[in-house]
Ligand binder design. Structure first.
Ligand SMILES: [Zn+2]
Length: 287
């Protein structure tokens, strides 16, 4: 390739912690998704004792379906739904969380769609980042939006998940679950669970803080930080390590041998398109 070729970056795509379709439908005063197809009453919290939820893997990234099963269980438990709602891998149930492979080059870690029939669609791109993406996206499935004020929460995608919770819901998330379940939509199903001895909504763990790597900063229990695709969760005074799935995508070197372009950068030259795909340029001829 001639060194005279100049790549002109036309688009820098920021990696977001989830899909845009679920980020724009946040009401101003609530962290509960409503509008543009999102209905509070579509939440899996509407399912009665004895219901089933299947996580349908259509051939997405290895390991993601298992993480989504775990995430569904976490959100169910948070709402006092015990094992009488079964969650398993499969494609047939009262509700189906259907995983679709998203094409390389999309800008999100994961994308949740509003309920369609009995299917909650989740798009899984190559950069899906382990269990915190699963917990976050499944939070959308249950009807939760974002909170953008540095709240320690699975549903806070500000700063690319720095404050996202790894394995457990934070006090903030649990309070939002309680608030959702107090909405009149849920009165009948709450009564059904109570009549059958449903587990109470757990109280948040207020465990010990963790010391940061600088030896000074204290992080509260449930703080989650990410580094190079791995996740560290402050679990009652100790950091829990959780490896990410794969490593962070690599940058690409420009034709001048100097300029570094981020993964997903798209440049065009003479009508052709070059996409930085994990350290290598993907060529796509123009028409
Ligand atoms: Zn999100």
């Amino acid at each position: 390739m001639s060194s005279r070729i100049q790549f002109v970056p036309i688009l820098f795509i920021l990696l977001l912690s989830c899909g845009k379709s679920s980020e724009t439908e946040t009401s101003e005063t609530k962290n509960i998704l409503v509008g543009n197809g999102w209905e509070t009453a579509d939440s899996p919290y509407m399912l009665k004792p004895g219901a089933t939820i299947a996580v349908c893997d259509t051939g997405v990234k290895a390991g993601v379906a298992d993480l989504v099963v775990k995430a569904v269980r976490i959100w169910l438990d948070a709402g006092g739904r015990d094992g009488r709602i079964q969650v398993f891998k499969g494609c047939s149930a009262d509700r189906v969380v259907k995983l679709y492979r998203a094409p390389a080059g999309v800008s999100y870690y994961g994308q949740a769609h509003p309920l369609n029939g009995n299917v909650h669609r989740l798009d899984v791109p190559p950069q899906w980042a382990g269990h915190w993406t699963a917990n976050h996206e499944v939070g959308h499935v249950f009807g939760f939006a974002h909170k953008f004020q540095n709240t320690i929460s699975i549903m806070n995608s500000e700063q690319n998940g720095r404050f996202m919770n790894g394995g457990n819901l934070s006090a903030y998330d649990l309070s939002e679950v309680r608030r959702m379940l107090s909405i009149p939509h849920f009165a009948a199903v709450q009564a059904a669970w109570k009549a059958k001895g449903g587990a109470p909504v757990p109280t948040p763990n207020t465990g010990s803080s963790c010391l940061g790597a600088n030896g000074v900063t204290l992080y509260p229990h449930s703080t989650v930080t990410t580094y190079q695709g791995n996740t560290y969760t402050c679990n009652d005074g100790k950091w829990d390590f959780s490896p990410g799935i794969g490593s962070a995508p690599k940058s690409c070197v420009g034709a001048n041998g100097v300029t570094i372009y981020s993964h997903n950068t798209v440049t065009t030259y003479q009508g052709n398109t070059y996409t930085c795909n994990n350290g290598k340029w993907d060529f796509s001829p123009g028409t």
